[in-house]
Design a protein around this ligand. Structure first.
Ligand code: MN3
Length: 200
């Protein structure tokens, strides 16, 4: 079964003004689609074609001959997580179980947001900022390009794309402003809390 581009879980203009319809038109419709198309072409008629996306990410990570597969599988996985991590009217109060864990592991919600923003701002070039569970502890990490916590065997709760294609039309070079808008106005904390509950 070939991989398919998942539909956005909201209308293309739902995240205005924090993420424009034009950004989503290109980011979802062109960039994410291109990763899916490239991945399908690369794994066609290979043993990887019958594997899950997570298995493809793990099995191609760190293998020079499978770098192209890893880049596109990683990016497909990353964007599949990203779209439902956002919602119209998001970024409000955190569900209590998520807030409790964040306060325990970061000191406060504001301290978590600051650490997450710093991770995104200091990722040199393209990449992602993440909230992960590492041996039961919530941590903020960052990765370059298509790499993700799946490749490192970590449970991922939340990830924000910091490739320029995710913010340049709306924020130009102001990556920190984009990250703050995602955290304070778009983040679907109920979705994140649901992933935490499943992670245990
Ligand atoms: Mn992207």
């Amino acid at each position: 079964m070939a991989f398919e581009l998942p539909a956005l879980p909201y209308p293309q203009d739902a995240l205005e003004p924090y993420m424009s319809a034009r950004t989503l038109e290109f980011h979802h419709g062109k960039h994410h689609q291109a990763y899916v198309t490239a991945l399908n072409n690369l794994i066609k008629d290979t043993p990887l074609a019958s594997k899950s996306l997570e298995d493809i990410v793990r099995e191609s990570f760190g293998k020079p001959d499978l770098q192209g597969v890893f880049n596109n599988a990683g990016q497909h996985w990353n964007h599949q997580l990203f779209w439902p991590s956002l919602k119209k009217g998001g970024g409000g109060a955190l569900p209590s179980e998520l807030e409790t864990r964040i306060v325990r592991d970061f000191g406060s919600v504001d301290a978590f947001k600051e650490a997450f923003t710093q991770a995104g701002v200091t990722q040199f070039g393209s990449g992602w900022a993440w909230l992960i569970v590492d041996n039961g502890v919530l941590k903020v990490t960052k990765t370059a390009n298509g790499e993700n916590p799946v490749a490192h065997g970590k449970v991922t709760l939340f990830g924000v794309d910091v490739w320029e294609h995710s913010y340049y039309l709306d924020y130009q070079n102001r990556r920190a402003d984009y990250l703050k808008a995602v955290l304070n106005n778009l983040a679907n904390w109920e979705f994140v809390a649901d992933r935490l509950q499943k992670a245990g």
